[in-house]
Design a protein around this ligand. Structure first.
Ligand SMILES: [Zn+2]
Length: 314
């Protein structure tokens, strides 16, 4: 008799949690394209030798029987020197963060990669004494087909951004799915492609009962990048990034999207407003997880009680 409400609960329920996959540091000159670093320093703090701290923030979306991990950080492939140069303190942060949330790696059903730059995806594979292994053994891996093709040929500028061995291993595992079309990928999660940062970057739009959360990845990596001209020197096509960012942020302001920033060390999530054609931060939000749970749980309760009533007395 309770089957329908329970089914509804499985379909509607969605929990979103932050996971940390560590931090990196970046020279301030790499964080911007056409601005003087003096300006950037006023908005986003930098420390010794102009190095800025960046987060490697992943998301865990629990929806029905799926546990979807968005991004995986850098994993344990890199030599000490590279880790030191990039200010990486621990390569096991994601594992610890999952444990903190009561989830084991084997429970992850899906790994969603926005794009294949080293700091976003190489944690999907781990180096062991017996060679490479999938970190999330039972998960299907998803990334955009265009990004996959692009990563294979790459270009002189992006070449060091891709970890060839880890990508080849993912492909050989038979778990890799290349997404070709925009639209719903999982229940309540739509994908859209943005090409300026790197071709075929795939961003998830996560819908709950009354909110939309967008994991903005390389399109808007930090809250400081909300200003139109503030883009990273890593962006492959700067003009395209500005055009994509402008259209997206106007929509985000209009529809009150909650934006998750993967790389912002200081700000996890924010909404934006459009004031006299300038997009600015409206509210900084944290923590989100509880908010989502409450909003969905209320609706589930209401629907479930109505159905129980009709099954008992209807
Ligand atoms: Zn990137």
């Amino acid at each position: 008799m309770l089957a329908i409400p329970i089914l509804l609960l499985l379909l509607i329920f969605k929990k979103i949690s932050y996971l940390q996959a560590g931090k990196i540091v970046l020279n301030i000159l790499a964080s911007l394209y056409i601005l003087f670093y003096v300006l950037w320093g006023k908005i986003y703090p930098s420390g010794e030798n102009n190095f800025t701290k960046l987060a490697l923030r992943c998301l865990l979306v629990e929806s029905g029987d799926r546990k979807i991990l968005i991004e995986t950080g850098i994993g344990n492939h890199y030599r000490e020197k590279k880790l030191q140069n990039n200010g990486v303190t621990s390569v096991y942060e994601l594992e610890k963060s999952l444990i903190k949330n009561g989830i084991s790696s084997d429970e992850i059903t899906d790994v969603f990669l926005t794009h294949l730059h080293w700091d976003h995806c190489t944690g999907a594979v781990k180096s062991t004494d017996d060679g490479l292994q999938l970190t999330f053994q039972n998960a299907n891996i998803w990334c955009g087909k265009t990004q996959w093709e692009h990563a294979k040929v790459s270009n002189i500028r992006e070449r060091t951004a891709y970890h060839r061995e880890a990508l080849d291993f993912m492909f050989g595992s038979g778990k890799l799915n290349r997404v070709e079309k925009e639209g719903e990928l999982f229940h309540g999660i739509e994908v859209r492609f943005f090409d300026g940062h790197t071709p075929g970057q795939m961003l998830p739009f996560i819908r709950t009962a009354d909110k939309t959360f967008v994991y903005t990845s390389g399109l808007v990596p930090t809250a400081a990048n909300i200003s139109l001209l503030w883009i990273a020197s890593y962006d492959l096509d700067p003009v395209k990034v500005m055009e994509e960012k402008q259209a997206f942020l106007v929509e985000a302001a209009e529809k009150n999207y909650n934006l998750f920033f993967e790389h912002d060390y200081y700000t996890e999530c924010a909404t934006v407003k459009n004031k006299e054609s300038r997009i600015k931060v409206k509210n900084i939000l944290s923590p989100i997880c509880i908010e989502v749970l409450i909003s969905d749980a209320q609706i589930i309760n209401e629907v479930a009680w109505v159905l129980i009533f009709y099954q008992l007395f209807g």
